[in-house]
Write a protein that binds this ligand. Structure first.
Ligand code: FNR
Length: 183
């Protein structure tokens, strides 16, 4: 079986983040063909062109990890109907310089969860637009998950609710299929 590496970007720094729980669940229910590496984004400074030529180690660690991965999975909260700044900052670092843009032709799955009914749907539209502009292959379709009860996904990524588990499993399987085709 061919295996593919996936850089997991969980875009919340909170210890009890529901998006980190969702990211763990995706890893847990994904087919064995996907091997996940969790990549940090919160150690990078804000993008500053003056640092080009002498990029901080946290930035080169990030861009090296994305470049080395066959695909990327973004799991994010929605902040004010958009993507969190930590993820936008990471995308900006990775997109520069233009001839070393790490997102070009990268297969990217996007999802997220919030307590709201259409939690993260609008933020994901922004994320999709940004990633498309810089040349990523963003998985078609929408996957936003309403985090209905505080224990919907446990700390290990186990999902008790059968319909949510089936949805996450299908999302991960669809991603694995796309990665196998395109990566
Ligand atoms: C939020 N939250 C939120 N939720 C939502 O569904 N749509 C939104 O636009 C926003 N906006 C927003 C802005 C900011 C600054 C914060 C801190 C929060 C609520 C959010 O979904 C909730 O706090 C989640 O628990 C955040 O995700 P993590 O950190 O638990 O993964």
């Amino acid at each position: 079986m061919t295996t593919f590496t996936v850089a997991m970007l969980a875009a919340s720094p909170r210890k009890q983040s529901i998006n980190v729980k969702l990211a763990r669940a995706i890893e847990r229910y994904a087919p064995d063909s996907l091997r996940f590496t969790w990549v940090r984004m919160d150690e990078m400074p804000f993008y500053n062109g003056d640092l080009e030529g002498n990029r901080p180690a946290s930035v080169t660690a990030f861009t090296d990890a994305i470049r080395a991965a066959d695909a990327v999975c973004c799991v994010m909260p929605e902040y004010n109907r958009s993507l969190p700044a930590v993820l936008k900052n990471a995308i900006d670092w990775g997109s520069k310089p233009m001839d070393a843009n790490v997102w070009r032709d990268k297969v990217v799955a996007i999802t997220g969860t919030s307590p709201g009914a259409i939690g993260t749907a609008v933020g994901q539209q922004h994320l999709r637009q940004i990633l498309s502009v810089i040349g990523a292959h963003v998985m078609p379709g929408e996957a936003y998950i309403s985090f209905k009860t505080p224990d919907m996904i446990d700390d290990q990524g186990n999902i008790a609710d059968e319909s949510v588990r089936a949805f996450v499993t299908a999302f991960a399987a669809r991603f694995a299929g796309l990665v196998a085709k395109l990566a």
